[in-house]
Ligand binder design. Structure first.
Ligand code: GRF
Length: 213
């Protein structure tokens, strides 16, 4: 059984999608902790309901960003997970932490990277005028939403969309792609090769994973 640790800062609907996939037995893993920087994150209630231990590293209680980052890294190391999942974790992970968990930390981003990295990805997509958008699950590297792509899911962008309607459509894809990427990782099927992530065939053949919407 692989050990997963999820980092989330708020609502935690992606975290819930992971909890549900684990409960259905879709992922050969167990979740050994939720780590949050926000003591009032709704994700905490989701963890408690699922019996998952919660570790709060309250950003606002540290005198400096560096001290927060040191404590966060030490909490993550102590949990010694096979995979660390940024699921709506709203802080940039510092370089030392990224290096400590290279190849073992993934993120979900609400746009088709490399388009629209950073904050307000749905707003960026609408302002640019793209006709499709989606989500990307990728390994975390030292850049901003720039690591090797594992899976992406697409959605159409409609004329009448606003940030909320687009975000909601993308979120449905996030809830599919994130657990799927975690499953592939836990099955040992992801090989990082420079910028590319090769997905090894599974029992169901070379394309037995969900990719597009
Ligand atoms: C998601 O859109 C995720 O891609 C982004 O922040 C949002 C978090 O949503 N990074 P939730 O907390 O998982 O509901």
């Amino acid at each position: 059984m692989k050990k997963l640790v999820v980092l989330a800062s708020g609502r935690g609907s992606n975290f819930q999608a992971v909890i549900d996939a684990l409960a259905r037995g879709n992922i050969p893993a167990e979740c050994s902790g939720l780590v949050t920087d926000n003591p009032s994150a709704y994700a905490i209630s989701r963890a408690e309901r699922a019996g998952i231990p919660v570790y709060v590293v309250d950003f606002s209680s540290f005198p400096s960003k560096e001290e927060y980052e040191r404590e966060m890294q030490s909490v993550l190391l102590n949990l010694s997970a096979d995979l660390y999942i940024l699921a709506g974790y709203m802080r940039i992970v510092d370089t030392a932490t990224v290096r400590a968990f290279a190849g073992k930390m993934i993120n979900i981003h609400p746009a088709l990277l490399p388009s629209f990295p950073g904050l307000h990805a749905q707003h960026q997509a609408l302002s640019y005028g793209v006709k499709v958008s989606g989500c990307t699950v990728h390994f975390v590297d030292e850049g901003m939403d720039s690591g090797p792509v594992i899976l992406q899911g697409c959605v159409p962008v409609f004329e009448e969309d606003n940030e909320e309607t687009l975000a909601e459509r993308i979120l449905a894809q996030e809830h599919r792609c994130l657990p799927e990427a975690i499953r592939l990782f836990c099955e040992g099927r992801l090989i990082i090769d420079g910028r590319r992530v090769h997905i090894l065939p599974g029992n169901g053949g070379p394309h037995d994973y969900g990719v597009s919407g």
